[in-house]
Design a protein around this ligand. Structure first.
Ligand SMILES: NC(=O)c1ccc[n+]([C@@H]2O[C@H](COP(=O)([O-])OP(=O)(O)OC[C@H]3O[C@@H](n4cnc5c(N)ncnc54)[C@H](O)[C@@H]3O)[C@@H](O)[C@H]2O)c1
Length: 258
């Protein structure tokens, strides 16, 4: 028996138009799942859908969805359910990282951070969980960050709202885990360290000082490579983690331990 096999499962990935979300969608398809990829940029989703169908041959559905808008998540989840008839896995990957401190950031920027990183998960879970409860089965993985537990001190790179909202993702993960284990649903989170993506390529990766500090602090001596988040995501999305809930797997080459 392959505990990591996702054949016959349907996985939803939010924020799948690029970066870690698109890579996770590839990993789900490779593990055998049908995949619903959600994001705001439909053209990029269509491209990824074509790639997944060509490479893996499973069903793929691309749905335009803004996770900050409850109506958008409601109709996206309805479309996924209508297409596949069931939902098994939800990866809440969509996120934003705004730079700034409590002094520099506007209320609107704080709102955007909360709306995306926290309410985005709430909005998706609100409509996905009833389907999972009906099936008495579900695997929810929330993408938090290593920044849920550590903060940067270099002023140019400080992201107070990011630390705050990613810590909130941990709280939400624990609370949902405690409520829904009795419904056969596990809820866990992952905490990536530093990975190259649209979110980081023009900021963290442009700062020599930050990269030097990260690599120095990391026992691995480097940022994460493409695909290195997928092992934890597939583990937490599969039957290999059937008795594991509310956990946080940090994927940072050990950076946060030293
Ligand atoms: N890259 C890293 O180093 C790193 C580290 C820790 C955590 N993370 C987390 O990983 C996740 C993916 O980030 P990434 O690095 O791939 O960056 P990214 O910017 O490439 O991906 C974020 C995705 O979320 C989408 N998104 C943002 N707002 C949305 C909305 N309102 N509705 C739907 N989609 C929306 C974006 O369009 C994008 O596709 C994020 O939650 C991020 O916080 C990334």
């Amino acid at each position: 028996m392959n505990l990591f096999d996702l054949t016959g499962k349907v996985a939803i990935v939010t924020g799948a138009s690029g970066g870690l979300g698109a890579d996770a969608a590839r990993a789900y398809a490779e593990a055998g799942a049908d995949v619903a990829i959600l994001a705001r940029r439909k053209d990029r989703l269509e491209e990824l859908a074509q790639e997944l169908i060509t490479n893996f041959g499973h069903k793929v559905l691309a749905v335009q969805c803004d996770v900050t808008k409850e109506e958008s998540t409601k109709s996206a989840v309805a479309e996924v359910f209508q297409t596949f008839g069931h939902l098994d896995i939800l990866l809440n990957n969509a996120g934003v990282a705004l730079h700034g401190t409590v002094e520099s950031m506007s209320a609107a920027e704080w709102q955007k951070a909360f709306d995306t990183n926290v309410m985005g998960i709430v909005n998706m879970c609100k409509y996905v969980i009833p389907h999972m409860k009906d099936k008495n089965y579900g695997k929810i993985v929330n993408t938090a960050s290593v920044n849920a537990i550590i903060a940067d001190k270099e002023l140019a790179l400080v992201r107070h709202s990011y630390n705050t909202t990613k810590a909130a993702v941990r709280g939400l993960t624990m609370a949902m885990a405690a409520t829904y284990m009795q419904n056969g649903i596990t809820v866990n989170s992952v905490g990536p360290g530093l990975f190259e993506s649209e979110m980081t390529v023009d900021t963290l990766f442009k700062s020599e000082a930050f990269l030097k500090m990260y690599n120095h602090n990391s026992p691995a001596g480097r940022p994460g490579n493409r695909g290195e988040c997928n092992g934890a995501i597939i583990f937490l999305s599969s039957d290999a983690s059937s008795y594991i809930t509310s956990q946080h797997i940090i994927i940072d080459g050990g950076t946060s331990i030293v």
